[in-house]
Design a protein around this ligand. Structure first.
Ligand code: PLP
Length: 405
């Protein structure tokens, strides 16, 4: 059975060109970038080259790019790195503002730092999943040190209005961090003084959401920001991230950024962001046309072009994920399994969905490799699986003939 992969927000396939770029750095060019001999210098040059080409796509300085092990580390480095700074004697605690729809890498870091005495505010979102600049302005206090709001949501794809949110934050004298893990490779990002992200001070990226390998990531740290390191050891990454660099992974990130930049800026009719949005929209329209009592979560908001989150009333998301998996289609549920119990998604319940509807929601996230034919197959598999599960559902209003059978 040829499998169909529609779970790119969990991890993207590695692009062959990315693999080819990093392969020699595992075998021929295995040097440690801190060594002074030739092998070391070759590795150092490769790291420098990747850093410079990534900085070019962000319109920032190469020295503002810190390589990490992924999105979770970048998010933690931003939160703890900014808030674990000494306070003048007698000054009260710092204040952190974030939102109720963040990834757990931010939510759990915020909960952890709250235990250390930092004050934390979680902003709500509206029914579309958007965090309004108004409540942010109202929540900022004199001791607010950091605001962290994600660029694109991993479950719904909803894009936050980062420019006004960051501008309000700066006007109040605080720093702004965005978890851009689900925006990378999907949205152009301009961190220059004239760019839409000019007020962003820190920005997290994960390699494996943009066709590079798992275990690679970036934290952009604007030059003016002081950051306390998470790890203590060598002086790598200008004292901001100790530990021998993952040279092959960094080379892969450089290549993935180069390819993403081409893909975003040279929109070819057969393979570009517009095409991906067309595939996603066709998938959504096909599902809505064929299946009753379903809908798109976050439909009214701007969303990244590859993601859709759909509820199917009277269906357990987990059962649908398993049923489709058996048919060769990989998707994901909107719920997290915590201590054996399936918790409804905190993102969807923050948007006002009932726990039952949140538990009936699944995420389909396409990749650059998704084809029209795969959409066609999904549009036959999903209605059949939903219909089958609804036949078994005690709450579904069955047609009379079926109900009495
Ligand atoms: N932030 C967001 C929005 C994510 O979607 C993810 C991963 O799903 C992460 C952070 C964590 O990234 P990583 O898996 O690289 O640690």
């Amino acid at each position: 059975m040829q499998r169909i992969y529609m779970d790119a927000n969990a991890t993207t396939p590695l692009l062959p060109a990315v693999f080819e770029a990093m392969r020699p750095f595992w075998i021929e060019h295995f040097g440690n970038a801190s060594s002074i001999h030739q092998q070391g210098q070759y590795a150092r040059a490769a790291v420098d080259h990747a850093r410079e080409s990534i900085a070019k796509t962000f319109h920032c300085r190469a020295s503002e790019i810190v390589f990490t092990s992924g999105g979770t580390e970048s998010d933690n480095l931003a939160i703890f790195g900014v808030l674990n700074q000494p306070r003048p004697a007698g000054a009260g605690p710092f204040h952190l503002i974030t939102t109720s729809v963040e990834h757990h890498a931010i939510l759990h870091a915020a909960q952890s730092i709250a235990k250390q005495g930092v004050e934390v505010t979680f902003l709500p979102c509206d029914a579309r999943g958007i965090v309004d600049p108004g409540p942010l302005a109202a929540a900022i206090r004199p001791n607010t040190k950091l605001v962290s709001i994600m660029l694109a949501n991993n479950e719904t794809g909803v894009i936050q209005p980062i420019a006004p949110l960051a501008s309000i934050t700066h006007a109040a004298g605080a720093l702004f961090h965005t978890d851009a893990v689900q925006g990378a490779g999907k949205l152009a990002m301009d961190l220059s003084a004239h760019g839409d992200l000019k007020d962003v001070d820190l920005l997290s990226i994960s390699g494996h959401k943009m066709y590079a390998p798992q275990g690679t990531g970036i934290l952009f740290v604007r030059r003016s920001v002081r950051l306390a390191p998470l790890f203590h050891g060598g002086s790598h990454e200008r004292q901001r991230r100790a530990g021998t660099e993952n040279v092959a992974g960094i080379v892969a990130l450089g290549k993935a950024f180069e390819l993403a930049h081409q893909w975003l800026t040279e929109d070819a009719p057969t393979d570009g962001p517009t095409h991906l949005a067309h595939l996603r929209d066709r998938l959504e329209q096909g599902i809505l046309a064929q299946i009753e009592e379903c809908g798109i979560n976050g439909a009214g908001a701007p969303r990244v072009s590859n993601t859709t989150n759909i509820y199917f009333d009277h269906v357990e998301a987990e059962a649908l994920v398993i049923a489709l998996d058996l048919k060769g289609l990989s998707i994901s549920g909107g719920s997290a399994c915590q201590s054996g119990a399936t918790e409804p998604s905190h993102v969807l319940t923050s948007m006002g969905l009932s726990p039952a509807r949140a538990r009936a929601s699944v995420r389909l996230s396409l990749s650059r490799l998704t084809t029209e034919a795969e959409i066609d197959t999904a549009l036959t598999l999903i209605p059949a699986a939903v219909a089958h599960l609804r036949e078994l559902s005690p709450t579904y209003n069955k047609p009379a003939a079926l109900a009495s059978a």
